[in-house]
Design a protein around this ligand. Sequence first.
Ligand code: ARG
Length: 259
Amino acid sequence: MKLKKMFALLAAVVFAVVALAGCGGSNGSGSKGDKKVLKVGTNADFAPFEFQDKEGKEYQGFDMDLIRAVGEQMGYKVEIENRAFDGLIPALTAKDIDVVISGMSINDERKKKVDFSDPYYDSGLTIVVRKDDDRIKNFEGLKGMTVAVQIGTTSAKEVKKIEGVNVRELNSSADTFLELNAGGVDAVVNDKPVNENYIATSGDGNVKELADRLTSEQYGIAVSKGNTELVKKIDDALKALHENGKYDEIYKKWFKAGK
Ligand code: ARG
C-alpha cells in the first residue's frame, strides 16, 4: 500500500516536470507564446521601401507592410531588425536572422550565398544630379565624375564597371543624397523608385533625376542558402497576397498609381 502511494506520487511528479518542460519549449528560440517568430533584417533608410518614422520607432514602407502581411499569412509573428545593408547577407548566413527584405535585387552573385523568394517588385538604377548641373546626360557621362553609391548595392557594383568613375561608397542611401546636396559628389546612382521618392518628398528642389536607366532588377526576399522550406512558405504567402488583393492594396498605399 505504501509502495503504491509512493509510485503514484512519483508518477505525478514526473508528469508535472514533463508538462512544465513542454511549456518552456514553446517559448524557446523561434517562437513566442504559440506563434513562431520570423526574424527580419532590413536596412531602414530606403524610402519608400523601408524607413523609420520621425520618432525612429516604427518601421514603415512597402517592404515592411509586405513582410508583415507575408508573416501573418504564414502564421508567424514578424520581428524587424535594422542593420547595415552590407551586413544583411552575412547575418542570414550566420542565422542571426531568418529573412532579408530590403529592396534587395536578385542576382547571380547573391544567389551563390542565399536563396530568394519569387520576385516581388521590378526596379532599376537611375542617376540623380543637382538641378543646375547639365554636364551629365546619361550613364556614359559619369566618366571623370565623382559618384556616390551605397556600399554593397547593385549601384556600387554597376558604377564600378564604368571606366574612369571616381566611386564614393557611403553607408546609406540617405548619405549619398546628403553628399550630393553638399557638393561633395557630382551624382548619385541609386534605385529608381527611391530616387523618385526622394525628389518627391525631401522638399528640396535642388536635385533632378535623369531619364537614362541602367539595368532591370527585381527585388526578392532572401533566406539562408538551402532553406527551401522557408522559400516555399514565403512564395505561397506571396501568391495568396496577390490573389486576395492585399499585395495591390499595399502597392497602392506606397506607389499611388497602382500597377
Ligand atoms: N536594390 C539595390 C541592391 O540590391 C539596393 C538596395 C538597397 N537597400 C536598402 N535598404 N538600402 O543592391
